[in-house]
Design a protein. Structure first.
Length: 332
């Protein structure tokens, strides 16, 4: 039988500063009513001046350590999901390794935008399932405020900053842990959701700054439509190939980009309100961090009990999308 991996520890960090819809009303031509009804967002957290993605992830790890007795020196691998690394290199994983004192770990960053957590978890599961490693830390951290144009109402209302970490380890009990996963990608999505400036295509220059190329660009309507269909499709495919239906799901934690996207997915999966975790109202879209933030919130609210079937699904830039199914194993 396949060795199984499971989540054995969790932690989160959200910066103190809150940017509410009412604050945004004073910055761009928008309204609390428009943002709430079109997206489900009421407020988002914004990193302090100089606070980078590695800092946020390290604070999330401190939260994990407060909750669970984990020795950082026992961590074998650190996988970081982020599109807002502190810098191109060294990797954010290296910076987090140094910050938290995980001196025996190696690691790397992956770039899969809003699907980053699902992608990273698939790699972590593989590293544990094949018996190579025992403790893999997955950190999802995005400082979206650093690539958001706060004069553009199309995007500035949508994003927030946060980090969350989970530890993946082998499980002795075959009834628990990660059951299955699916990841997908369609590179034709490159034209609809991107940040063009600063890479090798358009290295940083006065021109890239003048043209605001270091900010997120998004064609919202296209992304919206695909997010609904792809997130639902991949979730249904994963459930079906494991002989489950929506009725078996204990908790669905979808990527939090827009409450209307979540509602449409929930309808396609035929889930009831009590089966889905929605926290977009207080955090907005924190990119890679949305699902693990949802895991911590669900756990803290007593909505994740050992044996519950947890379905996670994401869609994001690339386009990338994917889904993971697990039996929750962590006691409160
Ligand atoms: N405040 C007020 N009005 C706004 C606004 C804002 N913040 N942003 C856009 N509008 C306006 C538009 O200019 C447009 O005006 P017009 O009709 O006069 O042209 C109108 O509201 C409707 O815009 P539209 O783009 O049709 O709105 P929408 O219902 O598609 O919602 C998004 C826009 C961005 C909220 C939605 O498309 C979305 O959530 N997309 C996916 C986001 C996402 O998932 N991104 C991350 C990757 S997973």
């Amino acid at each position: 039988m396949r060795r199984k991996a499971t989540i054995t520890a969790i932690g989160k960090y959200v910066p103190e500063k809150i940017l509410s819809n009412f604050d945004l009303e004073k910055m761009v031509d928008t309204s609390d009513e428009w943002i709430r009804t079109r997206t489900g967002i009421s407020e988002r957290h914004i990193a302090a001046e100089g606070e980078a993605s590695s800092d946020m992830a390290s604070f999330a790890f401190q939260d994990l350590q407060r909750r669970f007795d984990i020795d950082p020196q026992e961590i074998d691998v650190i996988i970081v999901a982020t599109i807002t690394p502190d810098m191109f290199f060294p990797s954010t994983a290296a910076l987090i390794q140094y910050n938290i004192g995980a001196t025996n770990a190696w690691g790397f960053d992956i770039s899969a935008a809003c699907s980053g957590f699902v992608y990273a978890m698939i790699i972590a599961a593989q590293l544990v399932e094949n018996g190579l490693y025992k403790k893999v830390l997955v950190a999802a951290t995005d400082t979206m405020s650093t690539i958001t144009d706060y004069t553009n109402r199309d995007t500035c209302v949508l994003f927030g900053d946060a980090a969350s970490v989970v530890l993946v380890e082998p499980t002795e009990n075959a009834e628990f842990g990660i059951i299955d996963y699916l990841a997908k990608m369609d590179g034709s999505g490159k034209d609809f959701l991107y940040m063009a400036g600063g890479g090798s295509r358009h290295p940083a220059s006065h021109e890239t700054i003048d043209k605001k190329m270091h900010y997120i660009y998004q064609e919202g309507k296209t992304v919206f439509k695909l997010a609904v269909s792809k997130m639902a499709d991949v979730s249904i495919e994963l459930l079906q190939r494991n002989s489950f239906t929506g009725a078996d799901v204990g908790l669905f934690i979808p990527h939090q980009a827009n409450k209307r996207i979540i509602d449409a997915c929930v309808n396609r999966l035929k889930l009831k309100d009590g089966q889905v975790l929605i926290n977009i109202d207080k955090y907005a879209n924190t990119t890679a961090a949305t699902i693990p933030l949802g895991i911590v919130d669900g756990y803290d609210q007593g909505r994740l009990k050992p044996g519950d079937l947890l379905l996670m699904s994401a869609f994001g830039g690339g386009f990338t999308w994917g889904s993971m199914l697990m039996r929750w194993s962590l006691l409160q």
